[in-house]
Design a protein around this ligand. Structure first.
Ligand SMILES: NC(=O)c1ccc[n+]([C@@H]2O[C@H](COP(=O)([O-])OP(=O)(O)OC[C@H]3O[C@@H](n4cnc5c(N)ncnc54)[C@H](O)[C@@H]3O)[C@@H](O)[C@H]2O)c1
Length: 296
């Protein structure tokens, strides 16, 4: 009897010790995970950022301790964004430039690289509309205007080439992230947007993939974001804007357009060390629109 009790007690003790060891391992794991998150946060906070395009002002919550160069063709908009970000603790410089001007982009990028800790992140986000696409009034192929075609390619395609090219030259810290804004219109047919827009957004995907091949050895990761419908200023002047928004909203599984803040997480992720094994990718952020269309 005593022997049995002793054996049972020993077994209970062994079980308890095993449970305690398991608990201790779980706590150690949690602490380690927390350290990883803290390390990630502080590395992110130290990143120098360079952004093209006003939408990136929405990164403002993350800007404390960052050194940012904002550049946009719209002086009023870029100044306002820079003031706002500076007011929230960021170290910000603003520049007015046309991304289709290769020399201006080179000079800006060179200036940014010489400021603070060197150039580490470039967000090539500027873009313009090409007007209506083939499923909207005035968007058929005979209506494609040569001047507008060229300007859209200059900004939406050449501007991205100039940005990646200048970034590749200036990124020399061992940490590099280039994020380019393409579109769902760059990964499948999007009959609501103009021909030049669709062509340029497809083409930048090619640029991103080739640059990813070339720059991988230098630790520079190059990726594209492919947004679906976001409520921004890009189609503000379109006479059928509300109908366009309503029609396109229906193509998203989520049944609505996105707010600009909803792109921040993906842009920051691709800028951060957390994206260390992602390059040459095109990540859709479209409320499920491409999943639905691609499955038809
Ligand atoms: N809004 C959408 O639904 C949507 C969908 C897919 C992709 N995109 C892309 O997202 C990016 C941002 O656009 P948005 O929707 O925020 O529009 P937006 O018009 O609000 O912002 C675009 C910014 O780019 C700037 N810009 C335009 N031409 C420029 C040039 N030549 N040089 C420098 N800056 C210039 C504008 O002044 C503006 O601040 C674009 O590349 C656009 O094609 C938008």
């Amino acid at each position: 009897m005593v022997l049995t009790q002793t054996a049972e007690l020993a077994e209970i003790r062994a079980q308890r010790q095993a449970q305690e060891a398991e608990l201790a391992a779980a706590i150690a794991g949690l602490i380690e995970h927390r350290f990883e998150i803290e390390a990630l946060k502080s590395r992110l906070a130290r990143l120098q950022r360079m952004t093209f395009g006003r939408s990136s002002e929405k990164l403002r919550d993350q800007v404390e301790q960052l050194e940012l160069t904002l550049a946009d063709i719209d002086e009023r908009a870029v100044q306002a964004a820079a003031e706002q970000l500076a007011g929230e603790g960021g170290s910000v410089r603003a520049a007015v430039l046309d991304v289709a001007d290769a020399q201006a982009v080179d000079e800006l990028m060179h200036g940014a690289a010489g400021w603070g800790g060197g150039l580490q992140v470039v967000f090539a986000n500027a873009g313009i509309s090409a007007g209506p696409g083939p499923l909207r009034e005035g968007g058929n192929i005979e209506a494609v205007d040569g001047g507008r075609w060229q300007r859209v390619l200059d900004v939406n395609l050449s501007g991205v080439l100039f940005s990646i090219r200048a970034a590749a030259k200036e990124m020399n810290t061992g940490y590099g992230r280039i994020v380019v804004t393409s579109s769902v219109a760059g990964i499948r047919a999007e009959p609501f947007v103009g021909y030049a827009y669709a062509a340029a957004k497809h083409a930048v995907v090619g640029l991103v993939r080739n640059a990813a091949v070339e720059l991988a050895d230098r630790g520079i990761l190059v990726n594209a974001i492919a947004p679906g419908l976001f409520r921004t200023n890009i189609a503000a002047a379109a006479p059928d804007r509300e109908k366009f928004l309503a029609d396109l909203s229906r193509t998203a599984l989520l049944g609505r357009a996105a707010e600009t803040t909803e792109i921040e997480g993906l842009a920051l992720f691709l800028a951060s060390p957390a994206s260390s094994y992602i390059t040459g990718s095109v990540l859709a952020i479209d409320g499920g629109a491409s999943a639905l269309r691609n499955s038809l």
